[in-house]
Design a protein around this ligand. Structure first.
Ligand code: AMP
Ligand code: MG
Length: 310
């Protein structure tokens, strides 16, 4: 507890000086900076080599701090009460006199916001008088980071500090819902869309149009381990890594379990570590067993699909 407090103090010190730092969330690690300061936000784009037209998610501690920057609506309140803090990101209208840096939104009038659940980050946000812009802590188009060392592998000593919050619980990015006008899903993620539909009593469509990138998590190549990946494979080649989800009696050393019991939440949690491990072991290609397309399996398949565009 004590060391957590001193680590939070360190994190705060760097953020107040407009540095970017790594922060833990329950979904994946974030690369965070003061969302109100242009200079700080620009550093995020530089470090990630992220295209300037790919807007960032801003993280708040609570609804009161959000109200300074965004207009809220009834659908937002319903979902906020049920799912926040948690793995859901809302796109809302930006207020005219909000202090959010124009680099966060790429000059758009909408803002993507999330209320993270990780206790260390919550505690940090409570102590700041600004929200944190924080995209995933990986270089653009690559696999997200789910523990401190992954963030280190991505950025080395280019970042000043990483707040260590252990391994991310959910392991896959947040679900993004656009709440301006008719609600639509912009990205599948850590919260199953059927749960959101139940609360809104609406059928939600996924806004997938690769030509018009609404959320660049939708761009075709993304989440890539940097080697070719094929999905729905029954039998892999001898020299390739095989990612599996079902229990196997005879397991070869090139087999990597996402889950031992076909549990899709566990599989989501292990996905990115598994991709990193395979890459680090020097495999030149990856085959993946068919993943059931239900619950978080849908978000897993979405990530694998994009990773397979390599
Ligand atoms: P990442 O930062 O890597 O988790 O990705 C954040 C995702 O949120 C990207 O796909 C962004 O395009 C999306 N996003 C951020 N702000 C907005 C916005 N104002 N409207 C639509 N999507 C957004
Ligand atoms: Mg990302």
């Amino acid at each position: 507890m004590k060391s957590n407090q001193s680590n939070i103090k360190k994190a705060k010190k760097y953020l107040n000086k407009n540095y970017c730092i790594g922060v833990p969330t329950e979904t994946v690690y974030g690369l965070a900076a003061n969302a109100y300061i242009d200079l700080a936000v620009k550093k995020i784009f530089d470090l990630k080599k992220r295209p300037k037209n790919n807007p960032l998610i801003v993280h708040y501690n609570d609804i009161d701090s959000l109200k300074k920057d965004c207009l809220i609506n009834d659908n937002f309140i319903k979902l906020y009460k049920k799912f926040s803090p948690g793995p859901i990101t809302y796109v809302l209208k930006l207020k005219k006199f909000s202090k959010i840096s124009k680099y966060v939104t790429n000059n758009q009038k909408s803002l993507a916001v999330r209320f993270p659940k990780h206790p260390l980050l919550k505690n940090l946000l409570k102590q700041l008088d600004y929200p944190l812009a924080a995209p995933s802590a990986n270089r653009s188009s690559r696999v997200s980071a789910v523990k401190k060392n992954d963030v280190k592998d991505e950025f080395g000593n280019k970042i000043k500090y990483i707040l260590d919050g252990g391994v991310c619980n959910i392991g896959i990015e947040s679900t993004i819902i656009n709440l301006i006008g008719k609600p639509t899903i912009l990205r599948l993620g850590g919260l199953d869309v059927s749960k959101i539909q139940k609360i809104l009593k609406l059928k939600l469509n996924l806004a997938i149009n690769p030509k018009r990138k609404v959320a660049p998590g939708q761009s075709l190549l993304h989440y890539s381990p940097g080697i070719p990946l094929k999905m729905n494979i029954i039998k892999p080649k001898n020299d390739e890594a095989f990612i599996i989800i079902k229990k196997r009696k005879n397991k070869s050393k090139n087999y990597f379990h996402l889950s031992f019991k076909n549990d899709l939440n566990e599989a989501a949690k292990n996905l990115y570590s598994c991709l990193r491990k395979i890459k680090n072991k020097g495999y030149k290609s990856i085959a993946v067993e068919k993943i059931p397309n239900k619950g978080l399996g849908k978000a897993i398949n979405d990530r694998l699909q994009r990773a397979s565009m390599y």
